[in-house]
Design a protein around this ligand. Sequence first.
Ligand SMILES: [Zn+2]
Length: 293
Amino acid sequence: MTEEDTPCPLCEGTKNIYKRTLQYGSRLLACSTCSLQFVHPFPPLGKNFYDQDYYRSWGVDGNKLPDHVKQLKEANMNEHVKSIQKYFQSGSILEVGSAMGSFLKMACEKGFDVTGLDLSHQACELAQTEAPKAKVLQGTLETVDIEAESFDVIFLSDLVEHIIRPAHFWKELTKLLKNKGIFYITTPDPEHWSCYMAGNSWIHFKEEHLIFYPQNAIKWVCTRYGLTLVDFSHIKKYTNLCYIAAQAKQFGPKSLDKGFSSLNNLLYKKWTECLFPLPLGEARFVLLKADRD
Ligand SMILES: [Zn+2]
């Protein structure tokens, strides 16, 4: 089997177009049937990207999120909660990949009934402390017991690009959504101008990002799983220099890491922690589940 006829993990189509070879050696292919872009080969099953080092890139030290990271995560999550309120003023929300609980906290504060699910025990403990009213579950969709049609909203922030079995993921998750409920998704858009500008250095070409959804791939998901695309927009993310420096240290080339470290050392601490919005190539998709007559 050549890579051009490797089965697509979303639609199982076997006709792919080569897009590029990424810096860490994998090749990026685009499926001709559903438009999903995926890395080939996938990393071996069991490779753990989400250990202490992953959270260190967030600036996590020991078991605590530094205040300046908390502040920026909460600012971003607050924007998402405000957007969700355009669809639901109250109700039940499931966040898959709830990490350190910033979204859970902001959604609880607005009165939503919130459930978080995450693989990492460390993250779950922290999330429960951040959002004591939320129900925090550790595990995967396969290992936890969630009743079908339980949620008005399923929130997936920076998650779907990590999923190794997307077909199974969408099928199982759609069952958990109530009729007239929504998926609220943020994910890197490989058709964003920042990807064309940066090429292989695009910030989202990281080893743990396995698949990318251009708008047409999301439309394919909608058709396959009985959903309707009701919003597509590019979003900006609040960030600060401290956080960028931590990310550069973890993922960037040495020169970039050095550059940001020196810049941070030169500036007043207060300035490096100032929040500013940046277009980083992420898209927001809102998908509505509605039973067909
Ligand atoms: Zn496909």
